[in-house]
Ligand binder design. Structure first.
Ligand code: ZN
Length: 419
């Protein structure tokens, strides 16, 4: 496991949008107006501040203390305090990044270039910063959990999910990235050195734990996987009541490998027959499961007749093994039928991890780094020729963002002082 950086209980930073730098500097001289502006912004977001556990947050806020960030050219940063629980919040204006000298504009360009697929080395040249600074920036963003940030955008916890692992490498070791996706949003991106059911249960369990913390009654109704044993058994352990379906497209792509030795055109023909079989079952409005059972039997007979007993039997056994998972997909219309959107997320992650391969090392902050990348995936708008151009994944899924500026959204949503 990579290091999960410790979340210190004292981090109650909140990023506040003062719109203009000049406004911020004016407000510094007027304590009452400063506080009002901060509270109005927090209220407009619909967020609450993370008071101490015993506090209901009903008390007043006062200006507590201030300090000067010398490395930022002497910007004054104020802290405010709850009069009831004495929790202290650091108010960061929108043009300052926590613990960083880098300006948000520079960070924005570097993160966008990274997200777009530019290597760390090129990002460093273009944005005039060190590759390590960029790596640390992504890790810093990744301190906040995906569940916390997505809930702040008003997205409901996902009831139907796609779950699968990305295979990757850490130097020469094989590693796995257990992932949970709902639509165009990544809800979990873990890191595991083993592909055992126990390891995957641990990783997916982090998501479950985070979800149950915000919503104790949270239940998953359906999970789509590609049928890999460790994945399905970890899902069974964590979400006992959930229906477990197998991806239909995955099944389609797997068929030719069950017909080894058969001439390619014949295999292709059988694959497209299988495709229309699955497609027709999905189109039916009733008795889809019965229809599938019948058609699978006929199809296995057809294979026996076309390419011989041995192939027919192999395919028949494979159907026996997998059909329960396919039935689940057909039985519940809300189940996703294919894991295409998960594959897209994995391909994006793969490109990033490839270009950052110089930074993979066993003692890196893998968990924070991957979570940071997943935040970028969820919050950076799609490019202008894309299907959902100008919108980010969170918006496509119906989430609400604090502002129209993705970098500012990233700063605000990953502030530890908000709840
Ligand atoms: Zn309080």
């Amino acid at each position: 496991m990579g290091n999960v950086s410790k979340q210190t209980s004292t981090n109650r930073t909140i990023t506040i949008d003062f719109q203009h730098e000049a406004t911020y500097f004016q407000l510094l001289g007027n304590g009452k107006a400063f506080l009002e502006c901060v509270l109005a912004f927090v209220l407009s977001l619909g967020f609450q501040l993370t008071h101490k556990a015993t506090c209901r947050g009903g008390g007043c806020l006062t200006r507590h203390s201030h300090y000067v960030r010398v490395r930022l050219g002497g910007v004054t940063i104020w802290r405010i305090q709850c009069t009831t629980c004495k929790a202290v919040f650091t108010v960061l204006p929108h043009f300052v990044l926590r613990y960083r000298q880098m300006r948000p504009e520079v960070a924005r360009d570097a993160l966008l270039a990274t997200h777009g697929g530019l290597s760390l080395a090129w990002c460093a040249v273009i944005c005039n910063l060190s590759p390590m600074a960029l790596y640390r920036l992504v890790c810093a963003v990744g301190q906040q959990s995906l569940v916390a940030v997505l809930m702040r955008c008003g997205l409901p916890l996902p009831v139907y999910i796609l779950a699968d692992e990305k295979h990757s490498r850490c130097l020469t070791d094989k590693v796995y990235l257990p992932t949970i996706v709902r639509g165009r949003v990544i809800w979990h991106l873990g890191y595991s050195a083993s592909k055992s059911a126990t390891a995957f249960t641990g990783s997916y369990g982090d998501f479950q734990h985070a979800a149950l913390q915000v919503e104790p009654s949270y239940r998953v109704k359906g999970v789509l996987t590609d049928g890999f044993d460790s994945t399905t058994s970890s899902m069974r352990t964590l979400f006992p009541g959930a229906r477990l379906g197998y991806c239909l497209r995955h099944a389609l792509n797997k068929l030719p490998s069950k017909l080894v030795g058969v001439a390619a055109p014949v295999r292709q023909g059988l694959r497209s027959k299988f495709h229309s079989l699955l497609h027709r079952c999905r189109q039916r409005t009733s008795l889809r499961v019965v229809a599938l059972g019948q058609r699978l039997r006929h199809f296995a007979d057809h294979i026996t007749a076309a390419v011989g007993q041995e192939h027919g039997e192999r395919v028949r056994h494979w159907f026996q093994d997998k059909k329960a998972g396919w039935y689940v997909v057909l039985a519940d219309p809300k189940m996703p039928a294919s894991s295409t959107l998960l594959d897209q997320a994995h391909n994006t992650m793969d490109r990033k991890l490839f270009m950052m391969k110089g930074f993979h090392h066993p003692v890196g902050s893998q968990a924070a780094f991957l979570t940071g990348l997943a935040h970028l995936y969820n919050l950076i708008p799609y490019q202008r020729r894309a299907l959902h151009a100008g919108q980010c994944g969170v918006e496509v899924e119906g989430g609400v963002l604090p502002t129209t500026d993705w970098m500012l959204n990233l700063q605000i949503l990953t502030s530890a002082g908000f709840r």
